[in-house]
Design a protein around this ligand. Sequence first.
Ligand code: DC
Length: 215
Amino acid sequence: MVTIDGPAGSGKGTISKLVSHTLDFHYLDSGAIYRIIAFEAKTKNLFINQITQILKLVDGLNIQFSDEKIFLGSKEITDLIRSELIGKFASEIAKNKLIRERILGLQKSFFKSPGLVADGRDMGTVVFPDARVKIFLTASIEERANRRYKQLILKENNVNLSDLFERIKLRDESDTNRKISPLKAAKDAYLIKTDNLSINQSFEKVMEIIRSKEE
Ligand code: DC
């Protein structure tokens, strides 16, 4: 069991997928669960204060992760949940204690033989505190804004780097300062700062740590 936590843009999603392929482990993108709830709540015109309705919606969710694709019932929503709007709403949803508790079982159910790589904010601290290997990936806000800029500019012309910087800063503050399951490294997590590392170099560092724990 490997947990990889960290802020948005630290590279944890890409690296977690690479690690899960290399180890032939299952993969949990826990952020996607918050995004799916946000997406479904928006579709049903629910607001963040309508917790009872959102909890009901959570109980009825039929989520399927298949290869790199995400399905809600029979509808593919892989790209639909990646918008800034859904990300912002997901961050609000993620502050709610009752919602976090309600999806604990769902997250734990991803732990199956031969193993799991789980990525998120509280995988090593709350959801899988007994994980054998815990990694916490970080990068400065500047670096993460630059990475996001390079991704977005391939798809859109109208991208503003200082806007991205501010949005990432706000999202970090919201995820780090919330009372319930804030973004923080587990005491026994290995910290990797990825500012000057390529994805491949970060991946190699993670694999080195995993191999050292196997011996
Ligand atoms: O990693 P992401 O951007 O897809 O996550 C979306 C939101 O969900 C983000 O604001 C943080 C929150 N989240 C969380 O609170 N706990 C997790 N384990 C994963 C994500």
